[in-house]
Design a protein around this ligand. Structure first.
Ligand code: 13P
Ligand code: SF4
Length: 319
């Protein structure tokens, strides 16, 4: 609408005035993603967001996503101001892995290398040997497994099982899940494949194993977009947050993208393939945070230093 366009222009001006760059995740609203593109920021998966923010010369990073993404940016760039449209955007994986209980779990298994998913608090990362995102998780665990290391993995059990299956590593799993991806069901996907027998199935590894088993491609958000380009099928069924369709459709304008069905379409659906916390990032909150502040991420210095080591290990590994 005209109002949204005017607001987007205002936000672009505020970004320039504050020497700020917008770093957005694929699951945020189309309007946020478009603004990130048009203002010289980026739309990316969690690993690329971390890299982009750490390398960009702007003195302020505006992170549109969920809290762990803002924290990761601050841990990697403590000298920069890191602002989020809201500090309330959490993640069910982060929420389901409280630092004290996680530390006790680690203490009970001192012989294991602790590898945590990026979707965790700074305090959980601080207890880890490695942080990984979904785009690099299999490679890192393969590497540790080849060195004979046994793994303690947290928090996503579905991603953990998928990596264990792929690598054969000895992995002890924390019991966590993403409320969005957990809603995808194999039966619904099979029914949809009958309607579109030629379609390829693209699945984010936070989905249940029964859905992963049906997939033609399993990967992080950016890997799924890359796969959409490379696959020859003209129809693609996609099992991840529907926010990804904005950039995926841009990448393959000639292809038909189909949302994978969730378990409880209608009344019982908690997420309907759209993350409620990602959805909190809207233009109003973004403008407000730039004008008034208040969405600043702070990470205490001691904690930051401990969380930095496993994050840097990931970045160095992926280079
Ligand atoms: P990606 O690293 O694939 O972007 O995943 C982040 C996330 O939160 C998925 O739910
Ligand atoms: Fe967390 Fe799932 Fe939302 Fe990603 S989609 S931020 S894993 S709750």
């Amino acid at each position: 609408s005209a109002r949204a366009r005017a607001q987007a222009e205002t936000i672009q001006r505020l970004l320039r005035e504050r020497d700020a760059v917008l770093v957005a995740h694929y699951y945020t609203d189309d309007a946020i993603q478009q603004l990130a593109e048009e203002s010289g920021g980026c739309v990316a998966d969690s690993l690329e967001m971390a890299r982009f923010g750490a390398r960009h010369p702007a003195t302020t990073l505006v992170v549109a996503g969920v809290r762990f993404m803002g924290e990761t940016a601050k841990i990697l760039s403590p000298e920069k101001r890191v602002v989020m449209p809201t500090l309330e955007a959490t993640c069910s994986l982060d929420e389901g892995c409280p630092p004290a209980a996680f530390a006790a779990f680690c203490d009970a298994h001192p012989d294991r290398t602790v590898v945590v998913y990026a979707n965790t608090s700074a305090a959980v990362k601080a207890r880890a040997d490695w942080v990984v995102t979904s785009s690099i998780a299999v490679e890192v665990i393969e590497h540790l497994h080849a060195r004979g290391e046994k793994i303690l993995w947290a928090p996503d059990k579905h991603l953990g099982r998928y990596i264990r299956e792929r690598t054969g590593a000895d992995m002890l799993l924390w019991d966590g899940a993403c409320i969005v991806h957990e809603e995808f069901k194999a039966q619904g996907v099979l029914d949809l494949k009958k309607v579109y027998p030629q379609a390829a199935l693209l699945v984010h590894p936070e989905s249940p194993s029964a859905v992963i088993e049906l997939a033609d491609v399993v990967g992080s958000t950016s890997q799924l977009i890359q796969a959409a380009r490379e696959l020859e099928q003209p129809q693609l069924i996609v099992a991840t947050d529907r926010g990804i369709f904005y950039k995926m459709q841009q990448a393959v304008p000639e292809k038909t993208l189909i949302e994978a069905p969730t378990a409880g379409e209608g009344a019982t659906c908690r997420s309907c393939a759209h993350c409620p916390w990602m959805a909190m990032n809207d233009l109003d909150r973004l403008e407000h945070a730039l004008r008034e502040g208040g969405g600043d991420i702070e990470v205490e210095a001691g904690l930051r230093e401990r969380a930095l080591a496993p994050l840097e290990r990931m970045l160095a590994f992926g280079r």
